[in-house]
Design a protein around this ligand. Structure first.
Ligand code: NAG
Ligand code: NAG
Ligand code: NAG
Ligand code: NAG
Ligand code: FES
Ligand code: FE2
Length: 452
C-alpha cells in the first residue's frame, strides 16, 4: 500500500516538475524578448489621399535590427524611394550601396556575396565593389586594384537608331562615351547604434555623406537605470509618413483614441496631459517644467544630455503625463514621459514613474508612398517580469491600433482649418511647419525617379 502511494507521489512530483519546466521554457522563450509582428501585413489603401508632401523626407532611417544582419549577410532593401544593398563585411561593419551593378545591372542584393572583407560581388558576372568607397575593384585580397572600364550607351534606347557618328560604315547601335574610367556606385552613410542599423538619405547629393544631426546613444540611460531590451512590435500602416509622427503633437486626439485601458473595462480609463514644443523654442525648458521635483530633474537631465546647439533645429519635444482614472473620479498617477523626436522618423520616449523605468524607441520607415513600417522597441528595468514588459508592449500596440484605424482610412489634406485659439491646434500647426524642413529637395528628386 505505502509502496503504491510512494510511486504515485513520485510520479506526481515528476509530472509537476516536467510541466513547470515546460511552462517556464515557453514563458522564457516567448516573453524574454517579445516580438509582435503584425499578422495581416498590408491593408491596401483604396482611398483618394489628396495632394501630399513628398513621400521620402530627408533623415536617418531604421533599416534592420543588428542581430538580423550577421557577417557576410546581404539584403536587398527597397524603401525610402531607393533600391540599395545592405551587407555586413567580415570586419563587422555594415555597408549600404546602390543595388545595381554598373556592368549590365545585376542586383547585388539578390544573390550577391561578401568578398575580400568589405566588398560585394555581383551574382551575375562577379564584378566586385568596395563597400567603403563604392568603386569597382579587382578581387585581390586586401590590395584593392581599381578596375577601369569603358562605357557605352545606346544611341537612342527607345528607337535603336544606328550610330551616325564619325564612322559611317559602322551600323553600331552603341556609342562609346568614356575610356578606361573608374566606376563608382553611390554609397550611403550607415550607422549601427544600440542594436539597430540606420541609413542617412538626403535628396541633396551634397549632403549624401554629411548627416545634419546624429542619433542618440542611450547606453548611459540604459545602464544607469539598470534596464534591458524586452522586445519590439512591428506594424504596417497605410498613410502618408508625416501623419504618424504628428500624432505626438496632436495633443487633443489622446482624449478620443487613447482613453481605453482594456476594451472590456469602462470604469477605468487613461487620462493624458500632453505638451509639445520645438526644442529650439527659447523658453522650451520653462514650458516643459514639471511640478514633481524628481520628474523635473530627470527631464532636465535628459535635455542637458541629448540637446546640443547643432541638433536643436531637428528636434521636437513632447511631454506626456498619464494617470489612471477610476469612475471618472479618482486618479492614480502612472508615468511622466519626455519624448525626443529627432528628424522625420525617430523618437525616443523616456518614461519616469514611481513604479518602473521604461524607454520606448520608435522608428518609422516609408516602404512606399502610402505604406509605412513602424517599429516600437521596449526597454525596461531588468527586475520587471517578462510577462509584464510583454503586456506593456501589447498595451502600446492596442493604442497604436486605435491610431491605425484612423490613419488607414483618412485623407491627407493640403488645406487645413485650425482653431488657433486652442493649444492643441497651435501644436499641430507648429509641428507641420517644423516637419516641412525635412522635405528639402525631395519633391524634385522623387519627380525624377518615380512614376507615380
Ligand atoms: C569603321 O567601323 C568598321 C567596323 O567596325 C571598321 O572596320 C573600320 O575600320 C572603321 N573605320 C574607321 C574610319 O574608324
Ligand atoms: C549603443 O550603441 C553604441 C554604438 O554602437 C555602442 O557603443 C553601445 O555599446 C550601445 N549600447 C547599448 C546598451 O546597446
Ligand atoms: C505618435 O507620435 C509619437 C511622437 O512623434 C511617436 O513616438 C509615436 O510612435 C507615434 N505613434 C505611433 C502609434 O506610431
Ligand atoms: C510623480 C510625478 O511626476 N507626477 C507628475 C506627473 O505630471 C503631472 C502633470 O504635469 C503632475 O501633476 C504630477 O505631479
Ligand atoms: S551584371 Fe554585375 S557583373 Fe555583370
Ligand atoms: Fe495616437
Amino acid at each position: 500500500m505505502t509502496i503504491i502511494l510512494d510511486i504515485l507521489s513520485v510520479n506526481i512530483w515528476t509530472a509537476v516538475f516536467i510541466i513547470l519546466t515546460i511552462l517556464y521554457f515557453i514563458y522564457y522563450r516567448k516573453f524574454r524578448i517579445f516580438i509582435y509582428d503584425q499578422p495581416e501585413k498590408v491593408t491596401k489603401g483604396k482611398i483618394r489621399r489628396g495632394k501630399c508632401p513628398p513621400s521620402y523626407p530627408n533623415g536617418w532611417f531604421w533599416l534592420i535590427d543588428s542581430y538580423n544582419l550577421a557577417q557576410g549577410d546581404v539584403k536587398f532593401i527597397q524603401n525610402c524611394g531607393r533600391d540599395v544593398v545592405l551587407f555586413r563585411g567580415y570586419n563587422g561593419k555594415p555597408y549600404v550601396l546602390e543595388a545595381y551593378c554598373a556592368h549590365i545591372g545585376g542586383n547585388l542584393g539578390v544573390g550577391g556575396k561578401v568578398r575580400d572583407i568589405n566588398c560585394i560581388e555581383c551574382p551575375f558576372h562577379g564584378w566586385i565593389y568596395d563597400g567603403e568607397t563604392g568603386t569597382c575593384v579587382f578581387p585581390d585580397g586586401e590590395n584593392k586594384v581599381l578596375r577601369k572600364l569603358d562605357t557605352f550607351e545606346y544611341v537612342d534606347v527607345e528607337r535603336c537608331t544606328p550610330c551616325t557618328s564619325d564612322n559611317q560604315t559602322s551600323t553600331s547601335y552603341l556609342q562609346k562615351i568614356a575610356d578606361q574610367q573608374e566606376i563608382t556606385l553611390k554609397t550611403y552613410e550607415c550607422r549601427e547604434m544600440n542594436g539597430s542599423i540606420f541609413v542617412w538619405f538626403h535628396a541633396n547629393e551634397q549632403l549624401r555623406h554629411k548627416p545634419l544631426y546624429e542619433l542618440f546613444d542611450i547606453t548611459d540611460e540604459i545602464q544607469k537605470n539598470n534596464m534591458e531590451v524586452r522586445g519590439e512590435s512591428i506594424n504596417y500602416i497605410n498613410c502618408h509618413i508625416q501623419e504618424i509622427p504628428e500624432n505626438g503633437s496632436d495633443v487633443r486626439h489622446f482624449d478620443y483614441l487613447h482613453e481605453s485601458v482594456l476594451d472590456s473595462i469602462s470604469f477605468v480609463k487613461f487620462k493624458w496631459k500632453v505638451l509639445a514644443e520645438r526644442a529650439i523654442t527659447p523658453n522650451m525648458r520653462d514650458l516643459m517644467a514639471h511640478s514633481h521635483p524628481k520628474a523635473h530633474a530627470y527631464k532636465m537631465h535628459l535635455f542637458n544630455k541629448f540637446l546640443t546647439e547643432d541638433n536643436l533645429q531637428y528636434i521636437n519635444i513632447i511631454a506626456l503625463d498619464c494617470s489612471l482614472c477610476f469612475l471618472n473620479k479618482y486618479e492614480i498617477f502612472l508615468f511622466n514621459t519626455t519624448g525626443f523626436q529627432i528628424g522625420p522618423s525617430i523618437v525616443y520616449l523616456f518614461l519616469w514613474s514611481p513604479y518602473f523605468k521604461l524607454t520606448f524607441f520608435h522608428t518609422l520607415t516609408p516602404l512606399e508612398k502610402f505604406h509605412q513600417r513602424v517599429v516600437h522597441r521596449i526597454i525596461t528595468s531588468k527586475w520587471m517580469p517578462y510577462w509584464l514588459s510583454a503586456s506593456m508592449l501589447m498595451g502600446e500596440v492596442k493604442q497604436l491600433y486605435a491610431d491605425m484605424k484612423i490613419w488607414n482610412n483618412k485623407i491627407f489634406t493640403e488645406k487645413l482649418n485650425y482653431n488657433l485659439k486652442s493649444y492643441a491646434d497651435k501644436c499641430l500647426h507648429s509641428y507641420r511647419n517644423w516637419y516641412a524642413q525635412f522635405y528639402d529637395g525631395c519633391y524634385e528628386r522623387e519627380a525624377k525617379s518615380l512614376s507615380w
